[in-house]
Design a protein around this ligand. Sequence first.
Ligand code: 0L1
Ligand code: MG
Length: 260
Amino acid sequence: MDRDEIRKLGLYLLDAQENRREVPKITNDYPDLTVGDAYEVQEQIVHRKLEQGLRIVGPKMGLTSQAKMKQMGVNDPIYGYIFDNMVESGPDISLSRYIHPKVEAEIAFVLGEDIQGPGITAAQVLSATRYVLPALEIIDSRYENFQFTLPDVIADNASSSGVVFGSVIKRPDELELDLLGVTLSINGVIKDLGAGAAVVGHPAASVAMLANMLARKGLKLRAGEVILTGGITGALLLSEGDVVTARFDGLGSIEFTVKA
Ligand code: 0L1
Ligand code: MG
């Protein structure tokens, strides 16, 4: 695919995001779009956002659960980027900022030193980690009815749209991250739950995978970035009036209310 087409697709998805409107998926017109092309479209979007003065908070891993990988018919997770204008400070989030948002509970990592793949292991990630914290990621596909193929969702920056961080931070050796339980409730009713192991076996393994995927592009994970490791719970569709509460073993809770 040539540079002009990549640029055109990046602008198409950026426009959909900025105007909060769902659009037909790009593989309708480009059925041969490869994963490699899709990451180039994503890079276009990232580049444009940086030009607009936005700052990268950190990368995120997506499709890290067996359930999501099976649903998409893939064996590997994907990545995207969270920007500073996606960070919600609560206690409310506004539906007007989104198209058809869903929420999922995740563990975020902040590294104390840079990590450069390939060959990075979960043990190396844990020893390089300054702290972990809880997060609620708000994913919001730009595609109609939240329907897409793997290249579509990669191009769409892995549905990245919003995040609410919790305030409790811990060193990873203070927790058993694979056994760490999480419940996700809406209006006081538990709608989903899981443990850290739902994220490719261990959230640190997700960070290691990310470091190794980025290495293929000559990129590394940087100290201080906040890295989202992937959903421990499934993603729940949000509606006006929802009070969303996530409780994390040893990491406190996060709550927000969904306003119009
Ligand atoms: O963070 C995620 O796992 C989302 C990845 C993209 C798939 C989706 O939007 O469900
Ligand atoms: Mg996620």
